[in-house]
Design a protein around this ligand. Structure first.
Ligand code: DX5
Ligand code: ZN
Length: 220
């Protein structure tokens, strides 16, 4: 079983982005998570390919890029060129998710499908064979610092079971409100990658302590 921590820079101090990412890297995070929002699919506007390219120059860690935008297929080449290693797209806004996921793979990037809290697990079953990642949102996307929705643990379980049946190499990732306690519950349900912004970049004792407390929660 894999146990990966993906540090979401959404809660980082952007006046010191390079230093913040390096601190997360030194603390042992596995991926850097970049939350791309367009103010249309979600209420907030955040970053684009330019920030991904900036992160690429700061770190050699894999860049886990989460697209919360309308018409994601129009931008995947730009994000690939900017240095994304994983590109996750939502099922809710994508009538051609099959084609989009295949296009991501053809660019040499790991494709992932994302489900909002209100979207049932079955809605992605038809595309599970095309992905390396299934990202379960455990908050409604748009902002960091929200509370974990506990019902999403069951969704992780359902997706893990279906992946075990048809595509066991793919992993389940979970994103939103992750604390050490929620990480334990999600890991036991079969999640293998854990996105955290607040628990890392807003930890009272600093970034390294935040990563350590998440890492310490992994089941042995
Ligand atoms: C929410 C984003 C998350 C967010 C997580 O829309 O997709 O990646 O940054 O932030 P926390 O860990 O604070 O819930
Ligand atoms: Zn995210």
């Amino acid at each position: 079983m894999r146990q990966l921590i993906s540090a979401s820079i959404l809660s980082a101090d952007f006046a010191n982005l390079g230093d913040q990412i390096r601190q997360a890297e030194d603390a042992g995070v596995d991926w850097i998570h970049v939350d791309v929002m367009d103010g249309r699919f979600v209420p907030n506007i955040t970053m684009g390919p330019f920030i991904v390219e900036t992160c690429r120059r700061i770190t050699s860690l894999p860049l886990d890029v989460h697209l919360m935008i309308l018409e994601p297929e129009r931008y995947i080449t730009d994000f690939s060129n900017a240095g994304a290693n994983n590109l996750t797209v939502h099922i809710e806004n994508n009538p051609n998710s099959h084609r989009t996921l295949q296009k991501i793979r053809a660019l040499g990037v790991h494709p992932g499908i994302v489900l909002n809290p209100g979207t049932p697990a079955e809605s992605v079953f038809q595309v599970l064979n095309l992905v390396d990642l299934v990202l379960v949102m455990s908050v409604n996307p748009g902002y960091s610092g929200q509370s974990f929705i506990p019902e999403m643990v069951q969704k992780v379980k359902e997706l893990r079971q279906e992946l075990d049946r048809i595509h066991p190499e793919a992993m389940v990732e979970i994103d939103g409100g992750i604390t050490p306690d929620h990480l334990i519950a999600a890991a036991e349900a079969g999640a293998e990658a854990f996105v955290a912004a607040t628990a890392i970049f807003k930890h009272m004792q600093g970034i390294s302590a935040g990563v350590k407390s998440l890492r310490g929660a992994f089941p042995v």
